[in-house]
Design a protein around this ligand. Structure first.
Ligand SMILES: Cc1cc2nc3c(=O)[nH]c(=O)nc-3n(C[C@H](O)[C@H](O)[C@H](O)COP(=O)(O)O)c2cc1C
Length: 334
């Protein structure tokens, strides 16, 4: 019988979904099939940054199959880093053409290249024959407007790519507005490569909408939705991990307990890798920025927690947060 379960990919979120997060997440939740690692930037002069490569060290990444991602626009530097990653044992490397930040885009990296399909074309013509096969691209609809996608897809169709992951916003949109699923559909219809859907799958309702709209898509990438609701992949796949009826108080306390254990594990794991409390607390605040608003009436305790400057204040804030036994209801977020 054909396996038609969706294939779920954890999106790369620089500064959030690093190897520590990925490994800890997998100890507490199921449903994710693969993860794309946050981008590694190319460096000139055949140099590599060991601290960034550690994030994709296969010995540390035992939880999920990983796709490493590269950000850069220099073909020689890309080939050098790409070969290094293939030699580490990876079968696919991804090129980041979606990063929206103006500092990066101005240098014609990330989404900054999307208004120059000719430059992408020249880059791919040089890079693909020089590297082992196994390149995918992660793109947006364009840099400035979503019509750019048509020329981009026509150009990508002429190259040998494993797949195209499309986040249906423009670069200039950053994360505002909503992902344009009509534009995704137009791109998908024109594209000869397998496509991965990405953008705004935040709960089971948005998931159902995307699944029904695109029955031909089997691979889906999810980022922020998993951070605000770590149960989302389990819910999407209908994996039964709760022993209590949905919407019961017991179910809610079981969820809270699992989130609490996840948080404790994450905190302890980051404590081992970050040297000072500043980095540790900064990283954990990033985590709470996504998860915290998913609890009912969490504004006040969250504000206090996010103000913490010392490890003690942070631990006190977290204890108070859990002691309030707030209802976990991520689907209510607007
Ligand atoms: C804080 C942050 C960091 C991100 N870092 C990366 C990155 O390193 N590489 C990348 O391709 N996309 C990155 N993205 C984009 C996400 O992978 C994803 O495409 C985007 O969040 C849309 O998916 P979502 O609505 O499921 O979150 C980042 C997004 C955020 C919010």
């Amino acid at each position: 019988m054909a396996d038609n379960r969706p294939f779920l990919i954890l999106a790369p979120l620089q500064g959030v979904t690093d190897v520590v997060f990925r490994q800890v997440y997998a100890r507490h939740f199921t449903g994710i099939d693969q993860a794309m690692a946050p981008f590694i930037s190319t460096m000139g002069g055949r140099r590599l940054k060991p601290s960034r490569l550690k994030d994709v060290d296969p010995a540390l990444n035992t939880a999920f199959p990983i796709i490493p991602q590269i950000l850069g626009n220099n073909p020689d530097d890309f080939i050098y880093l790409g070969d290094y990653l293939f030699d580490m044992g990876y079968a696919q490397v991804n090129w980041n053409l979606g990063c929206p930040h103006s500092k990066i885009a101005k240098k014609q990296r990330g989404s900054g290249l999307l208004s120059h399909p000719d430059k992408i074309d020249a880059f791919l013509s040089r890079v693909i024959p020089a590297m082992k096969p196994g390149l995918s691209v992660k793109i947006r609809l364009g840099r400035k407007n979503k019509e750019e996608i048509q020329d981009l897809i026509a150009m990508f169709n002429t190259h040998k790519l494993d797949e195209i992951i499309l986040h249906a916003r423009t670069g200039e949109q950053m994360y505002t507005g909503t992902a344009d699923i009509d534009a995704f559909e137009r791109a998908m219809k024109a594209c000869t490569h397998p496509m991965v859907y990405n953008g705004d799958i935040v709960d089971t309702a948005s998931w159902e909408k995307i699944r029904q709209r695109f029955p031909e898509i089997s691979r889906f990438m999810i980022g922020r939705g998993i951070l605000s609701n770590p149960f989302l992949p389990e819910q999407i796949k209908g994996l039964k991990t709760d022993s209590h009826p949905p919407d019961s108080q017991d179910n809610d306390s079981q969820k809270r307990e699992r989130l609490k254990n996840f948080h404790t594990d994450l905190f302890n794991s980051y404590k081992q890798v970050f040297s000072g409390p500043g980095h540790l607390i900064g990283r954990m605040k990033g985590f709470w920025n996504y998860l915290g608003p998913s609890f009912e009436n969490s504004k006040k305790p969250l504000k206090k927690l996010l103000k913490a400057n010392s490890e003690q204040d942070y631990s006190d804030g977290v204890s108070e947060f859990w002691e309030m036994n707030l209802k976990f209801c991520p689907d209510r977020i607007e």
